[in-house]
Design a protein around this ligand. Structure first.
Ligand SMILES: [Zn+2]
Length: 253
């Protein structure tokens, strides 16, 4: 980032954290058990393994440093400021990451690109090949478009419905955030889910994707109820084979 852009970004970020720092800090629970990290405006890299006592300290940090990006762990640790192998994992939030790039039937024409110059950091419309300022060859970068974001939003709403109907999680125990990239994070704020181990978390994913579920053993009425939750006009979370199977079952219903 050149100096002019750095100064501009710093100003925007300072204003942002000044206005929203309190609100951001207030939404993060159990601050002393989490690892915090941030990215710099003026250089690459990440400052990691930070531990903070409470939301006031976190808010102070955001306002003073005004980082380019700011992260916290989904896991809770005994010693969040130590290296990974010495942190002592206690438990972790159950987080679903919905990213439009990972939809398996994503059609490429939907995606928008901009052309980016690595030398002067200027952006140009898709049809441009060479930077008009420094004659450098441009690189294509994927750009978020409204249609993609809408698809991701629909998936998030669908996930929330399944979590509510199948797992009994009330909407007030779910937090939905824009991921900052091309999708959303759904975080469950319920203690029962926090101490689930890796294999239990994978079981939930399998349930969501109907992996290993033999639909031919289901009673027609059960089958209808199960599929009602999953079948809609699209099958974004399923792969090609699973979608084909669901389509054929839908036809027989
Ligand atoms: Zn250039």
């Amino acid at each position: 980032m050149n100096l002019a852009n750095q100064i501009f970004s710093r100003q925007i970020l300072k204003e942002y954290y000044f206005l929203y720092g309190n609100q951001i800090a207030k939404h993060i629970k159990e601050i002393p058990k989490r690892e915090f990290a941030y990215a710099f405006v003026d250089r690459p890299g990440l400052k990691r393994h930070l531990s903070l006592e409470n939301s006031e300290r976190l808010c102070d940090m955001l306002k003073t440093i005004s980082p380019l990006h700011f992260y916290h762990s989904g896991a809770y640790y005994l010693f969040p400021d130590k290296e990974m192998d010495a942190k002592n994992w206690i438990e972790a939030d159950l987080i679903f990451d919905i990213d439009v790039d990972h939809f398996e039937n994503k059609e490429l024409p939907n995606q928008d690109f901009i052309e980016y110059c690595k030398l002067c950091h200027n952006c140009f419309p898709p049809s441009t090949d060479i930077c008009i300022k420094c004659n450098n060859k441009l690189k294509s970068k994927l750009w978020l478009n409204q249609k993609d974001l809408l698809e991701a939003k629909n998936e998030a709403v669908r996930l929330i419905k399944v979590l509510n109907q199948s797992f009994g999680v009330h909407e007030t125990n779910m937090m939905l955030y824009f991921s900052g990239s091309r999708g959303f994070h759904v975080i469950l704020d319920k203690n029962e889910f926090k101490n689930l181990d890796q294999s239990s978390r994978m079981d939930i994913v399998d349930y969501m994707r109907l992996t290993g579920y033999n639909l031919s053993y289901s009673e027609p009425i059960d089958l209808k109820n199960i599929l009602k939750q999953f079948i809609q006009d699209d099958y974004k979370i399923f792969d090609k084979k699973e979608r084909k199977m669901l389509e054929s079952i839908k036809k027989k219903m």
